[in-house]
Design a binder for this molecule. Structure first.
Ligand SMILES: C[S@@+](CC[C@H](N)C(=O)[O-])C[C@H]1O[C@@H](n2cnc3c(N)ncnc32)[C@H](O)[C@@H]1O
Length: 224
């Protein structure tokens, strides 16, 4: 795999996140951790430096986890994050791959998928393609966990000054990630409608950081 533009961000990524957002993004990522009770195989897409992976491993040491992540450096940091918490890594399978071209093996099935701050890196047709591809390896009743920055139509609950602040924050984030990580995404595309059109039911969602960020959990319908 060629080097990923995210490689050069990996070392400072967690520090930058904490500096900009404190623990806000981590609260969103881990909001639905309890829903992993009874799940056996979790697929983490674009896991980054491993903050969700570590929290899930700590809480569910027997959970099998497959990580699909295009950046070798992010994978190294996620491995180090597990080690720093003295967590075993044998339950984790690391696949360095581009999700847009990843061909899952025929034998792989998962009962949970996590995309935290990941789908907003892509263009709408790429998000649709990711949902289509990944949903084929999800068992009926499997869960999709996601956290993202809120799109404009999810900011209705916020007052005008807060909406303007959120829009400026999101614009700045896109400029940053387009410049330094060459993401294709240009603005936030709400992933709920395509997920629901693909046979997922929204079980719950929550807002964080005064509606700047949201997190949700969806369930794959049995007959989809
Ligand atoms: C914005 S970061 C989010 C990281 C992490 N999930 C979090 O909650 O902070 C996006 C992550 O997705 C990875 N990524 C970006 N494009 C990808 C692709 N096409 N295939 C697989 N991983 C990708 C990046 O390397 C990075 O780790």
């Amino acid at each position: 795999m060629p080097d990923s533009p995210f490689d050069k961000l990996a070392r400072q990524y967690t520090q930058l996140e904490r500096f900009a957002f404190g623990e806000g993004l981590q609260h969103a990522r881990t909001a639905y951790l309890d829903y992993l009770i009874g799940r056996r195989h979790l697929l983490c897409l674009g896991e980054g430096t491993g903050r969700y992976l570590t929290a899930a491993s700590e809480r569910f040491p027997n959970l099998r986890i497959t990580v699909v992540e295009s950046s070798a450096q992010m994978i190294e940091h996620a491995k180090a994050a597990l080690i720093s918490k003295s967590l075993a890594a044998e339950h984790v399978r690391w696949l360095q791959a581009d999700i847009l071209t990843w061909e899952p093996e025929e034998t792989i099935t998962v009962d949970a998928v996590a995309t935290h701050f990941f789908l907003d890196c892509f263009l709408p047709h790429e998000v649709d393609a990711i949902i289509n591809r990944v949903s084929t390896i999800m068992n009926p009743g499997a869960l999709w966990f996601l956290s993202d920055f809120a799109s404009n139509n999810r900011l209705d609950a916020a007052g005008l000054p807060l909406r303007l602040l959120h829009q400026a924050t999101v614009k700045t984030l896109y400029l940053f990630f387009q410049s330094f990580a060459r993401i294709s995404g240009e603005s936030i595309y709400d992933p709920l409608p395509p997920l629901q059109a693909s046979g997922f039911t929204l079980l719950d969602k929550k807002s964080f950081m005064q509606h700047l960020v949201w997190s949700g959990v969806l369930e794959k319908e049995s007959d989809s």
